[in-house]
Design a protein around this ligand. Sequence first.
Ligand SMILES: [Zn+2]
Length: 416
Amino acid sequence: MGNAPGSLESLRRTNRLRVLQTVQSRGAASRADIVRLTGLSRTTVSSLVADLLAEDLLVERTDQQPLPVSPNGGRPATLLTLNPGSGGYLGVHFGHDSVRVAVADLSCTVLAEEQRDVAVDEHVRDSFGYAHRAALRLLEQLDLPASRMVGLGVAVSAPVRHGSGTLASPSPLKGWDDVDVAGEWHRRLHLPVHVGNDANLGAVAEWMFGAGRGVDDFVYVMLSDGVGSGIILKGQVHEGATGTAGELGHVVVAPDGYVCRCGNRGCLETVAGGRALALALSQARGPDTTLDDVLRLTAAGDVGALRAVEDAGRAVGHALSGLCTMLDPRLIVVGGRTGTAGEPLLEGIRATLARELSPPLNRSVRVVPGALGTRAEVLGAIALAHRETPAHVLPGATPAGALPGAVPGAVREHAR
Ligand SMILES: [Zn+2]
């Protein structure tokens, strides 16, 4: 498909898209950035930007607050961004036992969100129904028509086969076998849908917005009901050959322990997952003890809860030591619901890494809490939708009528 030489209008439309694409991919860009990155002349950029400002598709930012989607600093004062109010993204995170839904504007700023405990693994369809109703409810609260949304990111607690949108098979989530996540959500919301593994997306969010900003080699550990990790190497998520890289929860740490839902025995998740932590305290606190009870007791300084959380941290540290030896990350970011336990957990991880790693690794790897808490995964889903939305589906980027749902091949999925 070549250009249409001689068609000034066509050329201008192409250049306009390049300007929007440049601003979108960087989150914010000055006019000089656009000139440098597109190779267009200063005059052309100036004229196109003036049009886009007049049409409210771009806005000028004069503050120095860096946008989360462009971690590189050093920007001049006047930055252009997409007009955040001209559209937005939806994000959904399906954990094992909870669902979180968020609506964000085009700058990835969350406008509204909702979370509910749902037994996702056992009731996939119910959890989809809840998330769908929550998304519509949030849009209604915000008085935003669904047609303004340009993409949906979905984070799932299972490995996602790269580029296929399907879960890697066999999936450790039995109820999710044969569920076409992207297709199902496209049918529900008529939006381009992008699906990724939740720990990988949590890593992306901490890298873009949180504790991993400015660090291009780190491991995000998601400790919740399930246990997973996302590995960022040279600023890219490392997915592995089958999309299962970073499945830390299924590293064997107790060969004689409980059988895991994956079928192996003694996986980290059977020792440090939410159910394992609740079980560890159930003798002392009764059979109905939950992970939330454990976290509440830990915060209150209960000796038994502190012991359980520290022991879980040691098991996580043991599983991480091999990973650190092989990959030499600069940073370990600990997130997820159990991650909110803070220092007792982190101390368990640090003590084990200090003992099991050889110098200089044992001194170079820092272990820090995540900055985004239990929201990291849904923020990562929004970041995924943002990154995978091409400029030509943004509102106003094409002549009226070309809406996202009408873009051929718009249902795409990535765990990147
Ligand atoms: Zn397992």
